[in-house]
Ligand binder design. Structure first.
Ligand SMILES: Cc1ncc(COP(=O)(O)O)c(C=O)c1O
Length: 457
């Protein structure tokens, strides 16, 4: 084999990827089908990002909760650049060395018995659609799925149908609607059945869900899809008691339990949510975000006794991309070598402790939810009425970014028929590489930005 000749000088290629004119920035919006911000990030290092004006930000969103081992991680850079020199693309049916090694490595980390893996290069939505298809492969004739209020699973037509009513994105919902119904998420802070404390709770919301499923389905029920800890809907963990009962009931009724762990994988301080839920396991689980080490990847993992797909049922042009497997391999090994799960639990507990102290002084902090570095702070105008403090949350985020150089996340907008709009959960989800000093800095800025935002009320 002979090397192909280079056509361009290094400077020519570098110009395409590093030089930006104000004019190009201004006019590009007219040529894009999707909107984007005016801020252009040009470089990342560890937990920091730099924009085109040279301003640096500590990013507590890890850019869609994805860059868990830091931006432009140097080991990922090495692995991907070595692979890119060797081979950048093969067709889906072909294994490559990184693909084989990635599957073995990931299977060595999964909860026992969940070892059958399919990988795509599109992300979470595609991984979830694969999970739905796999359920139908293994449960012929059952095509009805249930998903949860406040859930989010992607922006494909099927996953939008599975999601809750996010403000502004409901116009495609009728697609496949006859196949999907919703059940209430166990959102304890705003309990769907009005319970006020854990002691008196008899898991009534689960009883309602069971009732709806038993009596409300047109045909055999295939599966229930859930985020064990909801992300976009407001960082809401399913209580362990609920998860235990749900798993028992789905098993007894041969209904597949499908988890969407897109955001949770490693971020909650464990590889898989199963560890957080004391060994409870789903039949199928889905990953994306961090798992590709910053490159696009979605993963569907199923029980080892389930039948897999035939070659026509689950494939895509870029699904065997060797670069994402090289990057994903570095990611999994980096988390281990740098002890990042432990660091995630430690820093998460430290930040949460500081938030709990702050909550004693601030009437605007309604609820603090974790685990690990999946931290959500629900802001309210009044702790009694729990009226969502939407403007306070968005002001806090703007001030923290513009005045103090820290980017926090904001929950997705959820609207109800009665006109309430919920967009009041501030998120702290930095790369898992943060240090104690970073955590202190994040909390200093959170406190200052909250005080400043309160002044605007
Ligand atoms: C919980 C959850 N599920 C699924 C998805 C969809 O992933 P993707 O955008 O890669 O399709 C997301 C993305 O934000 C998510 O947060």
């Amino acid at each position: 084999m002979e090397n192909q000749k280079r056509l361009f000088k290094d400077e020519e290629i570098l110009e395409w990827i590093t030089i930006l004119t104000e004019e190009d920035l201004k006019t590009v919006h007219k040529k894009s089908l999707v909107p984007f911000y005016d801020q252009v990030f040009v470089e990342g290092k560890g937990v920091y990002l730099k924009d085109h004006t040279g301003k640096e930000f500590l990013d507590c969103t890890s850019q869609a909760w994805t860059s868990n081992i830091g931006f432009a991680n140097p080991d990922v850079a090495y692995g991907v650049s070595e692979q890119v020199k060797r081979l950048t693309h093969v067709r889906y049916g072909f294994p490559t060395i990184p693909r084989i090694n990635f599957i073995h490595k990931l299977a060595s980390l999964t909860p026992e018995g969940l070892t059958k893996i399919a990988v795509n290069a599109m992300g979470g939505g595609a991984a979830i659609e694969a999970a739905l298809k796999l359920t139908m492969v293994n449960k012929p004739g059952a095509e009805t799925f249930y998903s949860y209020t406040r859930g989010y699973h992607g922006s494909s037509l099927a996953t939008m149908t599975l999601a809750t009513r996010f403000a502004g994105v409901t116009r495609f919902r009728p697609w496949g609607f006859d196949r999907v119904s919703k059940i209430p998420f166990p959102y304890c802070y705003r309990c769907p059945v009005g319970q006020e404390n854990e002691k008196s709770c008899k898991l009534e919301c689960l009883e309602i869900a069971k009732h709806l499923i038993e009596y409300g389905s047109l045909d055999k029920v295939a599966g229930i899809l859930m985020e064990p800890i909801q992300g976009p809907g407001g960082h809401i963990p399913t209580p362990k008691r609920y998860m235990e009962e749900l798993r028992k009931w789905t098993e007894a009724n041969e209904i597949f339990l499908i988890w969407d762990e897109s955001q949770l994988f490693t971020r909650i301080g464990y590889w898989f949510s199963s560890e957080f839920y004391d060994g409870i396991k789903p039949d199928i689980t889905c990953l994306t975000k961090s798992v590709g080490g910053g490159l696009p990847m979605g993963v569907t993992i199923a029980r080892e006794d389930l039948s897999g797909f035939n070659s026509a049922e689950e494939h895509s042009t870029f699904g065997a991309n060797p670069l994402m497997f090289a990057s994903g391999l570095v990611f999994l090994n980096y988390i281990e070598r740098a002890n990042l799960l432990e660091n995630t639990r430690e820093q998460g507990a430290y930040i949460t402790k500081k938030l709990n102290i702050l909550q004693k002084e601030s009437e605007y902090i309604g609820d603090i939810r974790c685990p690990g570095l999946m931290i959500g702070i629900e802001l309210v105008l009044d702790r009694e009425t729990k009226e969502p403090a939407n403007a306070l949350a968005s002001d806090l985020i703007e001030i923290a970014k513009d005045e103090y150089g820290v980017i926090f996340g904001l929950s997705a907008p959820i609207s109800s028929d009665s006109g309430s709009l919920y967009r009041n959960v501030v998120k702290i989800k930095p790369p898992l590489t943060i240090t104690r000093e970073d955590s202190d800095h994040i909390m200093d800025v959170f406190e200052k930005a909250l005080e400043d935002a309160i002044d605007y009320l």
